[in-house]
Design a protein around this ligand. Structure first.
Ligand code: CMP
Length: 504
């Protein structure tokens, strides 16, 4: 059949110019299909090989062919072999590759495809050599024990990898895109070949692992059965901090990070009473192993801020030994300098300017300075609030989530803005989430202190009522909700604040 096809095609394609044009057209298509992904990648390599040999066949002068019959015969045999390869490859592409892609929306396993094609090619070579070349490869291989042994020996490793690759394709312990770890190597699978699997590591290195090695090793797949993975972080905290308080602070830090899965809930355990610290272990789930190093770094980073705000120290031996004896005085002087800076900042806050110097001094003593790292949540929408904040340094986003629609940034606050007053004034849950846009320093004013401030100066209530009405109006406008007259809303709020705090 193949010979007939060859004879049939040869009779039609005997014009060298037409053959050259066809080769050029095919090569152009190959080039274009690589550049423009919309063109289907047709396997035309064997067709080009066949046409090239056929071109030589047609260009061979008659007298030369008559003088060298053997050469002419082998060129024809080669052409027939390539033509048959091309037919098989194209049939496979149409019947298997496209069908598989269309039905299963995936790529046919490369190793299985290569093995099937290699089997077909082998049969073609045997048949064509036998019928057209007069060579019987089967008897050659079976009778030559040495040749068989050499081929067998040389192919030992390759065959081992090939079969390992086949078993990997059938069992599918991992797919392209999965994060796996084998021995000391961890990486994302970027390709599974018939000989080896390619991994890309966290350091952007490519590791090529022979399939045989992978089937022999203990393999961990971080992307199966789901992409969810558990991270453990250990941290040592001060012996003077009660463990339940410390656990609460650590859990809150995990709770505030959007990337930490909340179901199952994160856990914090006391791991051991070590030499200088109580070691805690944080365990939480997250959704993509590929983000592991970055997420861990950011959580460790945010823990520092959360612990600092909660006044929990991360002890280290050298400091504990020196602090008691030598550095106490130095520490006191440093704290005094810090307090002076805080007083200067309070004096510069417009909201507090109506207050007298002694009243501002009271605030400086009673409020708390809190540092927040970038992306940390200061207040969360829907939660109860017992403090308001003055932004001293950095910037914070005010984010509102309404129903199923995605989060929306309604304002970005910069110093000396304040926020968190709405909950305190209305007693209702937080109307928005406020998240540090960059590292920020805040002054937290607790409810009782806030009440004291309002008692001291009625002008502050008016200022706050106006700001509250303006913010409610801005948020309503951004969310496309019904808006109220700002002045009317402000006077209603002022009356409410006065009754709530008993201010005249
Ligand atoms: P509260 O509701 O207690 O907590 C979230 C805070 O975000 C809120 O108080 C306001 O201080 C602040 N906030 C809400 N909407 C806006 C807005 N449109 N502009 C500026 N700040 C806002």
């Amino acid at each position: 059949m193949y010979n007939l096809t060859n004879d049939f095609l040869s009779s039609y394609f005997s014009n060298p110019t037409a053959i050259v044009a066809l080769i050029a057209a095919l090569l152009l298509y190959k080039f274009l299909s690589r550049r423009y992904r919309r063109l289907p990648p047709l396997p035309i390599g064997w067709v080009v090989a066949y046409l090239s040999l056929h071109l030589i066949e047609t260009l061979l002068p008659e007298p030369f062919a008559a003088e060298n019959p053997e050469l002419a015969k082998w060129i024809t045999v080669g052409a027939i072999i390539f033509l048959n390869f091309a037919i098989v490859r194209l049939l496979f592409a149409v019947c298997v590759d496209f069908w598989y892609h269309w039905r299963r929306k995936g790529i046919f396993p490369t190793i299985t495809r290569d093995v099937i094609l290699a089997g077909c090619y082998l049969v073609i070579v045997f048949v064509v050599l036998r019928t057209r070349g007069g060579v019987n490869l089967i008897s050659l291989v079976t009778t030559s024990a040495v040749l068989t042994a050499v081929i067998g020996f040389a192919a030992q490793n390759t065959l081992g990898n090939l079969f390992a690759g086949l078993s990997l394709q059938m069992e599918k312990p991992y797919n392209v895109g999965d994060w796996i770890s084998y021995g000391e190597n961890t990486g994302q699978v970027v390709g599974i070949g018939w000989n080896a699997t390619k991994l890309r590591t966290f350091d952007d290195e490519i590791i090529i692992v022979p399939n045989l090695d992978i089937t022999k090793a203990v393999l961990k797949n971080f992307s199966r059965p789901s992409k969810r993975h558990v991270m453990k972080i250990e941290i040592g905290l001060d012996y003077n901090t009660p463990p339940n308080y410390a656990r609460g602070v650590l859990l809150q830090a995990l709770h505030d990070d959007q990337r930490v899965v909340q179901d199952p809930p994160p856990q914090v355990r006391v791991l051991q009473y070590a030499d200088f610290a109580i070691t805690y272990q944080l365990r939480f789930a997250y959704n993509d192993y590929g983000t592991w190093p970055m997420l861990r770094g950011e959580i460790m980073n945010n823990l520092w801020y959360a612990l600092k705000r909660a006044r929990i120290s991360i002890p280290f031996p050298v400091r504990d030994v020196r602090l008691h004896h030598v550095e106490r005085r130095v520490d006191l002087a440093r704290r005094e300098r810090e307090n002076e800076a805080i007083r200067a900042n309070i004096d510069a806050t417009p909201m507090l300017t109506p207050l007298s110097a002694s009243e501002r001094e009271l605030i400086a003593r009673k409020m708390r300075v809190q540092d927040y790292g970038q992306r940390e949540v200061v207040v969360k929408q829907g939660e109860a609030g017992d403090s308001m904040y003055i932004l001293h340094r950095g910037a914070c986003d005010v984010v509102v989530k309404s129903g199923d629609s995605p989060e929306m940034v309604v304002a970005t606050l910069t110093p000396p803005a304040f926020f968190g007053e709405m909950s305190l004034l209305t007693g209702e849950p937080r109307t928005a989430t406020v998240r540090a846009k960059e590292d920020s320093r805040l002054f937290a004013i607790h409810k009782e202190l806030f009440a004291e401030i309002l008692q001291k100066d009625p002008k502050i209530s008016e200022q706050l009522a106006k700001a509250l009405a303006r913010r409610q109006d801005e948020t309503a406008a951004k969310l496309g909700k019904q808006r109220e007259d700002e002045a009317a809303a402000a006077s209603k709020l002022l009356a409410r604040i006065r009754t709530f705090f008993g201010v005249s």
